[in-house]
Design a protein around this ligand. Structure first.
Ligand SMILES: Cc1cc2nc3c(=O)[nH]c(=O)nc-3n(C[C@H](O)[C@H](O)[C@H](O)COP(=O)(O)OP(=O)(O)OC[C@H]3O[C@@H](n4cnc5c(N)ncnc54)[C@H](O)[C@@H]3O)c2cc1C
Length: 440
């Protein structure tokens, strides 16, 4: 969000400074050093329906780096893996009866017909899906998917989640060449992040990595003083694109109210084990798990869509486990996670030998998925705030969409359309010495 916003505004002549707490840009979309290659720290793919994102990749000159591969999905239940990609495979899926399958199809059609998603905010996703499909189909099909995406917290999430998930998955581009395919950018998201860094710097912007903002203080004569790394800088305008937490740099100055009425936004964190192997582990991009003994909530076979020439001839498989952002699991030592992970791995893939494993990386993120609880849209911070020159743009504002980079670019597009002119005007005035800027 911060990088694309900085790129967009700086390309319009706004003088931008981007603050990033980590030593590497990209946030959750960032890359990771897997030894002999770089790839995304957390698994990412692009859907053919991601129009905002695909349009943006073309705009920044990476359209010709987009690659597409057929995607397959599977479900693990009762000690077996079942393919569930095509309608034909779904028809043969033995754990749901024929009536359940018809109701499954009807649920997808119903989702595609619902225009006013707000009606789903009052009902839990579990209750809604059971109402649509019956308990048996819910337990066999939907619950593993909810667990893979949300961990045990799925029970508190509203039906908007499944509506936005299904409508995103089933909306396709007009040109259907990439229908049912998943996309990535050659070189992974590292290619995108590095391009954005270059474009921002080429347009005169500044990127300050390893710089956590400690305070944003409104200045008496207008604008803000931003405190970070023992230094204070003045900016005319600030946009905050990180999560908002109690005690954050924003809350202390009363710029936005954190949890004034309904409590702060709750986030899920993720512990994501990434296995690098010499042979393919799983033929599916997503394998949902209906087995409560397995210590992760899903399996993502990245190498089922990304050819191994991108990953030094090796295979990459991600094993996420989503938990609340204050769950002690996020703080477990790597060795404990490794041990639990090994037990699950042996159960799922008994043929995988020790000699096939090159490395196991354990990555964590604390604030990942805002938890879209009942009536979520009434709880999120607004883009425009109490201060006319301070804005918030973050993923907690996605009230009718899942967490994804297509929605991120959509939010940036809307922001630039609504407020970009103000930034450009202030920028033109800054010939007088003021430095207009924005903060991520
Ligand atoms: C496991 C996983 C799988 C995913 N899969 C997909 C996928 O397949 N497709 C897809 O489109 N999306 C996917 N996503 C979602 C995608 O990563 C997010 O949409 C995107 O990263 C959101 O970007 P953001 O900038 O809004 O937030 P973030 O990436 O969280 O960035 C916020 C930034 O703010 C910085 N920050 C916070 N506080 C401060 C401070 N005080 N000072 C300075 N900097 C600060 C943070 O360090 C961070 O870099 C996935 C995410 C995860 C975790």
């Amino acid at each position: 969000m911060g990088l694309s916003l900085a790129q967009r505004l700086s390309s319009q002549g706004v003088q931008v400074t981007l603050f990033e707490r980590e030593r590497q840009a990209g946030g959750l979309t960032t890359y990771h050093d897997y030894g002999s290659f770089w790839w995304d720290r957390f698994y990412h793919v692009i859907l053919s329906s991601d129009r905002n994102l695909i349009g943006y990749l073309h705009e920044i000159g990476l359209g010709d780096q987009l690659r597409w591969s057929p995607a397959r999905s599977g479900l693990y239940a009762r000690g077996r893996m079942y393919p569930v990609t095509s309608p034909w495979e779904l028809l043969r899926f033995p754990l749901v009866g024929m009536i359940g399958k018809l109701r499954l199809a009807r649920t997808i059609l119903t989702c595609n017909r619902i225009r006013d998603w707000r009606v789903l905010e009052a009902v839990s996703v579990e209750e809604w899906l059971i109402g649509q499909c019956g308990r048996r189909t819910y337990e066999a099909f939907w619950k593993p998917l909810l667990l893979a995406k949300l961990g045990e917290q799925y029970a508190r999430v509203s039906a908007v989640f499944i509506w936005s998930y299904i409508t995103r998955l089933f909306s396709t581009r007009d040109t259907t060449a990439q229908r049912n395919q998943l996309g990535y950018v050659a070189g992974g998201y590292r290619t995108v992040i590095r391009r954005l860094e270059q474009l921002i710097q080429a347009a005169g912007g500044t990127i300050r990595l390893g710089t956590a903002i400690q305070a944003i203080v409104p200045a008496p004569d207008g604008g803000f003083s931003v405190h970070a790394n023992g230094r204070e800088d003045h900016f005319d305008k600030v946009i905050w694109t990180g999560p908002i937490e109690g005690g954050s740099p924003l809350a202390t100055q009363g710029l936005v109210s954190v949890g004034a009425t309904s409590g702060p936004i709750e986030y899920l964190g993720v512990v994501c084990s990434v296995l690098v192997t010499r042979k393919a582990v799983v033929p599916y991009y997503t394998l949902n798990l209906a087995d409560s003994e397995i210590p992760f909530t899903g399996v993502i076979g990245m190498s089922s869509i990304v050819p191994t020439k991108e990953t030094a001839g090796l295979f990459l498989t991600y094993f996420p486990k989503y938990v609340p952002s204050d769950d002690p699991y996020l703080k477990l030592p790597d060795d404990t996670v490794r041990q639990q992970f090994g037990e699950g791995l042996r159960k799922l893939f008994p043929d995988l030998q020790e000699a096939d494993i090159v490395a196991l990386h354990i990555n964590r993120a604390v604030k990942v998925q805002p938890l879209q609880v009942l009536h979520y849209s009434t709880k999120v911070p607004t883009v425009a705030t109490r201060h006319k020159d301070f804005f918030v743009l973050n993923t907690s504002q996605f009230v009718n969409s899942t967490l994804n980079n297509n929605a991120v670019i959509g939010a940036v597009n809307e922001f630039v359309q609504a407020h970009g002119r103000n930034f450009v005007e202030v920028s033109n005035l800054s010939q007088t010495g003021l430095e207009p800027a924005r903060v991520s």
